[in-house]
Write a protein that binds this ligand. Structure first.
Ligand code: PLP
Length: 390
């Protein structure tokens, strides 16, 4: 996959030696810029926009998120707890499957709980009834699989054959919607408006006879709304059309769009040598700190990369032979101790870090590119590594 980073932005002027290494640095001005754009879409379309915590749950910015968005969406009990502990607004929880022991708390914390199949809703009927009898107020949703593939790669395509994500729309009948308040569809990944239009064109005729009995439609995430070339006006028009035609409240739950181009991961060159090509080992590990580099896979953009410059293969300090970030051009051969930074690392990288090989976790810093104020909000040490093992 191609990185969708649009360039260094304000980070072009950030002095990388101001933070410990490695360190995520998030520009709160960039987060506000993205949130403002999303809020505008919400206001003009009528959509309620939720932050998908799975993509970006830097809760030191929770109040800022609360100023602009309608709420959050969680992927299970722990994100739901985080949402209620730190974030404001409405909370929707969706997980492909729930455990009976988790569900009562999820029903208590969430305004909406979305299930993956009508069977699961039926199986948990007694827990749902008991929660309501105990005074909990929540709505129930059903995730459907549009059976329409719009994502670039199968790994990010919930509509693929044999998908475990959502109830196939071809099997959906009115009887499955008894006790259901709304439908959820998530089938996009880093996409513009056109794939959403295509999915809705394919879904609308199939769903139209059933929508009258529902209150809302959640169109999931994967909308790259804050990317410069996203067709915001088309999205606004579609959301309004859905609401007016079917009498539905539309929800959108982007994650990446909130933190797009808003953070970098700063690291350091530890060693360099020649092995048929220049090889540099850094304190940033692809497998520990940017696992999507291997999983997606994609090549993250490097701050100040020089096209046609001295080419160096950069990789992490772990034992994994494939812990390779990519080959990058430098103005001159880098030296040990030299700082580097990868662009667009605020979303998904921070939430996915791990300490395989005992590789330290990156610190987290908050920067304001307007005032230049810099605050180190989190540092990890050996005990964080030790205490998740036994
Ligand atoms: C159900 C659901 N909602 C929302 C999102 C957020 O997507 P994105 O961060 O691409 O906007 C995801 C991402 O996988 C998802 O699975």
């Amino acid at each position: 996959m191609e990185t969708k980073a649009s360039g260094p932005g304000t980070f072009a002027g950030f002095d990388l030696s101001r933070v410990p290494s490695p360190c995520f640095v998030v520009d709160e001005v960039a987060i506000r810029r993205n949130l403002t754009r999303l809020q505008d879409v919400g206001t003009r379309s009528g959509a309620r926009i939720l932050l998908a915590l799975k993509a970006f749950s830097m809760w030191s910015l929770a109040d800022l998120v609360g100023e602009h968005l309608y709420g959050t969406c969680a992927s299970g009990l722990w994100e739901a707890r985080l949402a209620r502990e730190h974030y404001q607004g409405e909370l929707t929880t969706y997980s492909p499957a729930y455990k009976a022991e988790d569900l009562p708390e999820i029903l208590r914390l969430s305004d909406t709980v979305i299930f993956n199949s009508p069977d699961q809703i039926a199986r948990f009927d007694s827990l749902i009834t008991a929660a309501r009898a105990g005074g909990e107020v929540f709505e129930i949703g059903l995730r459907i699989n549009p059976e329409f593939s719009a994502a670039e790669v199968a790994k990010y395509d919930p509509g693929q054959t044999g998908s475990r994500l959502g109830f196939p729309v071809s099997q959906l009948k009115a009887e499955h919607l008894v006790g259901v308040d709304g439908l959820h569809v998530h089938a996009l990944c880093e996409q513009s408006f056109e794939p959403l239009r295509q999915i809705w064109s394919s879904l609308e005729p199939k769903l139209a006879p059933l929508l009258g009995q529902l209150k809302w439609l959640n169109l999931g995430g994967g909308h790259h709304i804050t990317r410069g070339d996203y067709e915001v006006e088309d999205l606004i028009r579609l959301v309004r059309q859905i609401s007016e035609r079917h009498g539905l409240q539309v929800y959108l739950e982007p994650g990446e769009a909130i933190a797009l181009d808003a953070g970098i991961l700063v690291g350091e060159i530890l060693d360099l040598f020649d092995n048929g090509m220049a090889v540099g080992i850094t304190d940033i590990s692809a497998t520990c700190h940017m696992p999507d580099v291997i999983e997606a896979p994609y090549r993250p953009a490097l701050l100040n990369e020089v096209e046609g410059g001295v080419s160096v293969r950069l990789g992490g300090p772990s034992c994994l032979a494939g812990d390779i970030i990519g080959d990058y051009g430098f103005a001159a051969m880098p030296v040990p101790g030299q700082r580097i930074a990868f662009l667009d690392q605020a979303h998904y990288s921070m939430v996915k870090t791990n300490s395989f090989n005992g590789v330290p976790l990156p610190s987290i810093a908050l920067w304001n590119s307007e005032t230049d104020a810099l605050r180190l909000v989190k540092q990890f040490d050996y005990t964080d590594f030790r205490d998740r093992l036994s």
